[in-house]
Write a protein that binds this ligand. Sequence first.
Ligand SMILES: CC(C)(COP(=O)(O)OP(=O)(O)OC[C@H]1O[C@@H](n2cnc3c(N)ncnc32)[C@H](O)[C@@H]1OP(=O)(O)O)[C@@H](O)C(=O)NCCC(=O)NCCS
Length: 225
Amino acid sequence: MLSSLLPPDIVAVETLTAPVGVTLFPEEEHCVRDAVAKRRTEFTAVRWCARVAMARLGLPPAPVVSGVRGAPGWDPSIVGSMTHCVGYHAAALGLREHYASVGIDAEPDRPLPEGIIEVVALEPERRQVEGLLRTRPHTSWDRLLFSIKESVFKTWYPATGRELGFEEALITLDPEASAFHARILARPELPGDEYAPREFTGRWATDGKVLVSAIAYTADALVTA
Ligand SMILES: CC(C)(COP(=O)(O)OP(=O)(O)OC[C@H]1O[C@@H](n2cnc3c(N)ncnc32)[C@H](O)[C@@H]1OP(=O)(O)O)[C@@H](O)C(=O)NCCC(=O)NCCS
């Protein structure tokens, strides 16, 4: 599902079941030394996905440790993103010479718990989601909006090192194309912020159980944003 959302030179690896017999690097082990079994399983599953992706990019296996604000630490030559939810784990990696950042997110294709859409959505987003829920009720558009905002954050944060609130990105869904546009509303504040991304485009898919959204942000877009 994921590879169809990303350009062909981004390697996407996904698994519905957690691979068994995977040995973590000592640095990775350190990250989950106190973790409960569920956390260890999801942590290991996405690192297995990342390792397979590294191999497909012609890179040797390398540890992926959780860095500042939880962002995964990649070899300087690559950009990437990982996601896990119940029954789904994935990683997407590209070469930094071609991409400035990548963000992926998976969520169950189920309505958001009550009260969350108010926290996540701006007014135009809420209107669009409510309209789609009426006219195309088979997709959890509210959850999709949430997933897209998580993908936006996972693309934004490694590129800027800055927080981004749910109210600081305006998402417009294109249901016909299974695509979306994200306009960053956060105003430049710090030196260098003028070079921060101002918009992202991405794609999404659902198999009826899991929704996946993905953004591949190019260095060209970063320069011209
Ligand atoms: C960071 C965040 C987006 C992760 O969401 P999540 O639902 O836990 O996402 P998933 O379970 O699908 O993926 C978790 C993976 O995301 C990655 N991730 C975590 N923090 C990250 C960050 N700051 N930057 C990039 N990737 C990050 C990690 O690889 C993590 O897996 P790991 O801990 O096993 O390495 C979320 O916790 C968060 O802080 N959201 C608030 C910010 C936000 O979304 N703003 C909206 C802007 S429009």
